[in-house]
Design a binder for this molecule. Structure first.
Ligand code: ACO
Ligand code: ZN
Length: 429
């Protein structure tokens, strides 16, 4: 995981621990390539002479030079591409070069930085999954974390990963994001000016759920494109393995907020394909860092399954899951399935309660393979005398009870006002 990776100055490179490329293991064993000699200073070449390998010394400067060269090549290729797609405007002249591969474009005033409809290379790649996976090695360099800090509402947050905000913004110590419309500004002053005229106090779209201070807003990635794109840019700061910035049309977005006298503050969101051929009910899911580890992630997940229940379908999150995504989903599946199993009573004439896997799926909307993997991980399934038996021991039941006591915030389906749409019947989204 590259969480919190960053560009560092040369004096922070420790070249002593570099492992050098080997032709094959046999020659490595005889040339001693596995054990480069240690040197005292971090930046001098510590590589032992070895026939057949490239003569360039691997030092801090040479690594940096190679990176820069690759970056320049990349940038040029992207520029050639974007230039041929969209002729530069007058304001763009002379600025393009510094914008690079990310979203750039003209700046109306000193403060107005919008996402222009710039056609990028990524946009031309056909969408293969719900969240447009376009990572290739070419992007490896530009994918390194590029932002120092964001300010969002009352929080200052350190980003975890790369996100393609315009390059002129990424050089700043902090960027300022309107917590209601998610537009970004380069200084607090600019944001204050924006806030004076920003009409929003909540995300766009329909409020489809409200209980206590928690609300969910549903918005369409086609109808609320700018907000959806800004949300994806923000989310990308904390999501490494998913890429979705431009083509938001095929998605719905469910934004969870917490209300106070100042408005509806964004806590997290998930996106969902309008139509999924693979039964995905979540494409990307995020709890913003200040709200993490408080149960909001599980609340988002619970909400996504509640929608699936309303649709009468089972669903699963889009793969791959991140490390934190996997932890959260496993925990949600485990708690949800145990809740059902523990509450189950034997029917009349039965000694023990009985339940099929399909019934668990129907009651929870969790997809069959996720139910099976959860039961298997919990080591609950035993095969005995030609039957599958689920055995719950007392410790498991007791620890589950304690955990559920602590899980205070829950989705209450009574408060969900929503009718699923059949997007397949609607032609174009
Ligand atoms: N270390 C260890 N465990 C963690 C951590 C952590 N940093 N963060 C969450 N967990 C565990 C919690 O302990 C909890 O399990 P438990 O109840 O069994 O103890 C479970 O994960 C969920 O915790 P929540 O508080 O409900 O979840 P949170 O609000 O922190 O959100 C989320 C989880 C959404 C995955 C969040 O970490 C996040 O936004 N991460 C960055 C983006 C990301 O990776 N998203 C998922 C990508 S996969 C996909 O999009 C389909
Ligand atoms: Zn705003």
């Amino acid at each position: 995981n590259k969480r919190l990776d960053e560009w560092v100055e040369e004096d922070r490179l420790d070249t002593r621990k570099i492992q050098y490329p080997r032709r094959d293991l046999a020659s490595a064993a005889t040339t001693g390539l596995n054990t480069p000699k240690k040197t005292l200073t971090g930046t001098t070449n510590s590589r032992p002479s070895s026939p057949g390998l490239t003569p360039d010394p691997i030092t801090g400067p040479s690594v940096l030079a190679a990176l820069q060269q690759k970056q320049q090549k990349n940038r040029k290729r992207k520029l050639d591409h974007t230039e041929s797609k969209s002729p530069p405007t007058q304001e763009d002249e002379g600025r393009r070069a510094s914008i690079g591969s990310a979203i750039g474009g003209s700046m109306g005033s000193l403060c107005d930085i919008e996402i222009p409809p710039l056609i990028t290379q990524q946009q031309t790649v056909p969408r293969q999954t719900g969240s447009l996976a376009t990572h290739s090695d070419d992007h490896a360099i530009t994918r390194i974390k590029n932002m120092k800090m964001i300010e969002l509402g009352k929080y200052r947050i350190k980003p975890w990963y790369f996100s393609p905000y315009p390059q002129e913004i990424t050089n700043l110590d902090c960027i300022y994001i309107c917590e209601f419309c998610l537009k970004y500004r380069k200084s607090r002053k600019c944001l204050e000016r924006h806030l004076q005229k920003c009409p929003f106090k909540h995300p766009p779209g329909n409020e489809i759920y409200r209980k206590g201070s928690i609300s969910f807003f549903e918005l369409d990635g086609r109808k609320n494109k700018l907000y959806a794109q800004n949300l994806c840019l923000l989310a990308k700061l904390f999501l490494d393995h998913k890429t979705l910035y431009y083509d938001t049309d095929p998605f719905l977005f469910y934004v969870m907020t917490e209300y106070d006298a100042r408005g509806y503050h964004i806590v997290g969101y998930f996106s969902k394909e309008k139509e999924s051929s693979e039964d995905y009910n979540v494409a990307c899911i995020l709890t913003l860092p200040p709200y993490q580890r408080k149960g909001y992630g599980k609340l988002l997940i619970e909400f996504s399954y509640e929608l699936s229940k309303f649709e009468g379908k089972t669903g699963s999150p889009e793969k791959p899951l991140s490390d934190l995504g996997l932890l959260s989903y496993r925990s949600y599946w485990k708690q949800t399935i145990l809740e059902i199993l523990i509450a189950l009573k034997p029917q009349e004439g039965q000694e023990k309660p009985q339940l099929t896997i399909n019934e668990i799926c129907e009651q929870t909307s969790i997809k069959k393979e996720d139910v099976i993997s959860t039961l298997t991980n919990l080591e609950l399934i035993n095969y005995y005398r030609g039957q599958y038996i689920l055995t719950l021991n007392k410790d498991l039941v007791e620890s589950h009870r304690k955990i559920m006591e602590k899980r205070k915030i829950r989705i209450d389906s009574k408060y969900l006002h929503w009718t699923p749409k059949d997007w397949a019947k609607r032609g174009k989204w």
